[in-house]
Design a protein around this ligand. Structure first.
Ligand SMILES: Cc1ncc(COP(=O)(O)O)c(C=O)c1O
Length: 362
């Protein structure tokens, strides 16, 4: 049987009837922009995270842009960001007028560390974007000790835990994406900003609605970036299941280890104090492409996500200046995502490991 890289449909299948009821009720209520479903989802997600404010926005990229703008970041400011990440983590920075300064990652965790961030600080640094890549959790408390606000890019880490709380509730502001393949995936685009800071929350609420509090007076040049009412309604049906799904992701990682995958490739390492709900299960090997080809031949999903890291993407060249990022280069060269989902079985893990063994890597 083929094994997909991720399985969105199986975990959602039991929720089909509840989702249909929710869609009908939302349709009948007829409030499609910032209605009661968005407000309720914001309350419930804030409670889940253990943070006072959760504010729905249109997608995870906007969450980063609005979070940076709410921190007052703009032209003349530097923002530190890892290069080994999805491009949007870096893209958000020039959209505010600020300059991305790329830092390295630990290739074993795929996350930034306090040391890699510190090496990239400049006198103009006004924030750090700590990406919780693949569901791992960067050491936010250590980075905060450097004295700079931390924007957590928790797009891939809903449900993961770090030292002191959930990913996205550890730093100054947390940013989430509800892109369908994420740990909490919607039926289209969606995002959210979490914070304990009342002023930041107030500014985000304004920024997502054209810089206005009351739709009469426009105090900021803002955005039209709202979480859609229909998405919020469906995400509310899913949220009570997130914890079970995350446990399924943790179990899937154990199935791989139990099946002996660690004898063949380097397994991802949880960052210090982290309990990751792996969104993607990403292994490393010097012959990652050969492994990918062998898995593909066996009908097993696989993907190299970031062979070209963000600082070497064409649009980032103006800000890429002399970046010496050995951990990033190693991770970019050697990583490969293999199947991960809340419902990956021990048998499927065994099948993946057998195919990896047949690849004859060494
Ligand atoms: C690490 C990371 N940051 C930001 C984003 C942007 O999220 P979105 O696609 O919802 O804009 C994504 C996902 O796509 C992501 O994986």
């Amino acid at each position: 049987m083929p094994i997909p890289l991720f399985d969105i449909r199986t975990p959602l299948a039991p929720l089909r009837d509840a989702m249909h009821e929710k869609l009908t009720a939302t349709f009948d209520a007829g409030a499609f922009i910032l209605g009661p479903e968005v407000a309720a989802f914001e309350r419930e997600f804030a409670e889940y995270l253990g943070t006072p404010h959760a504010i729905g926005v249109a997608n995870g990229t906007d969450a980063l842009v609005l979070a940076l703008r709410a921190l007052g970041i703009g032209p003349g400011d530097d923002v530190v960001v890892p290069s080994f990440t999805f491009y949007a983590s870096a893209e958000a920075i020039p959209l505010t007028g600020a300059r991305p300064v790329f830092c390295d990652v630990d290739p074993e965790t795929f996350c930034v560390t306090a040391d890699t961030v510190e090496a990239a600080l400049t006198p103009q640094t006004r924030a750090v974007i700590a990406v919780h890549l693949f569901g791992n959790v960067a050491p936010v408390a250590d980075i905060l000790r450097l004295g700079v606000p931390v924007v957590e890019d928790a797009a891939q880490a809903a449900g993961s835990r770090g030292r002191g709380g959930r990913a996205g509730a550890l730093g100054t502001v947390g940013c989430f994406s509800f892109f369908p393949s994420k740990n909490l995936g919607g039926f289209g685009d969606g995002g959210l900003i979490a914070t304990a800071d009342d002023e930041i929350a107030e500014r985000v609420r304004m920024l997502r609605f054209h810089g206005s509090r009351d739709k009469q007076s426009f105090e900021l040049v803002g955005h039209n970036s709202r979480l859609d009412e229909l998405q919020a309604a469906l995400l509310r049906v899913e949220l009570p299941h997130l914890e079970t799904w995350c446990d399924g992701r943790r179990a899937a990682a154990r199935h791989y280890a139990d099946a002996g995958l660690g004898e063949l490739v380097s397994l991802p390492v949880a960052a210090d104090g982290a309990d990751p709900a792996w969104n993607l299960y990403v292994v490393r090997h010097e012959r990652a492409d050969a492994l990918g080809a062998a898995l593909q031949a066996a009908d097993i999903g696989q993907k190299a996500y970031y062979r070209v890291p963000a600082h070497r993407q064409p649009a980032m060249l103006p800000w890429a200046a002399p970046a010496d990022l050995p951990g990033t280069e190693e991770a970019a060269r050697t990583h490969l995502a293999i199947p991960m989902s809340p419902v990956l079985t021990p048998e499927q893990a065994g099948q993946v490991v057998a195919a990896a063994r047949d690849a004859g890597l060494d």
